[in-house]
Ligand binder design. Sequence first.
Ligand code: AMP
Length: 189
Amino acid sequence: MRLILLGAPGAGKGTQAKRLEQTHGLKQLSTGDMLRAEIKSGSDLGQQVETILAEGNLVSDDIMVEMIAHRIEKPDCKKGFILDGFPRTVAQAQALDIMLKDHKLDLDAVIEIKVDEKALYERIAQRSVDEGGTRADADIETVKHRMKVYNDLTAPIIPYYAAAGLLQTVDGMRPIDEVAMQIDAILDV
Ligand code: AMP
């Protein structure tokens, strides 16, 4: 099974992706985690993207598409994967379509976890506290900027997948377990 989890920063994509990894044997592919690992390792790529992440902007489509293209070919993705944080632009979504077509693979579903913006600010602020303030992008101005980037650049992929007949929406304002149940109902398990 191949899924995309969509939603604004803090919507709970990572939480649900990690759960699906356990329950469905699907590999979570979090581009945010991959980029943070690059930064931590001090690689060339990490150095290149560090300021971009800290400021809450998007890394270029070329870099991201190449990163995912390599990643989905690895053996741990054979049983399926959950894209968490990718695609984030219509150009990335189009590149993903081509990539999957080349591999003769389909997407099973695109699940949007919908939440309201005010609740998201509270959730992200709480996550920053829980993580000991280690995410440099968690201060409130950056969060607001990330939300604007989401609305301007990422939200347009929602109609893109709706037009493809793949979009499903769950209510991300419900408790984590209920969101999980909504997702499982979509996946029919
Ligand atoms: P996330 O953990 O998914 O919120 O991602 C953290 C940051 O990584 C984002 O704010 C972007 O700077 C960068 N990032 C992650 N995924 C992508 C992507 N698909 N395209 C561009 N930038 C990304």
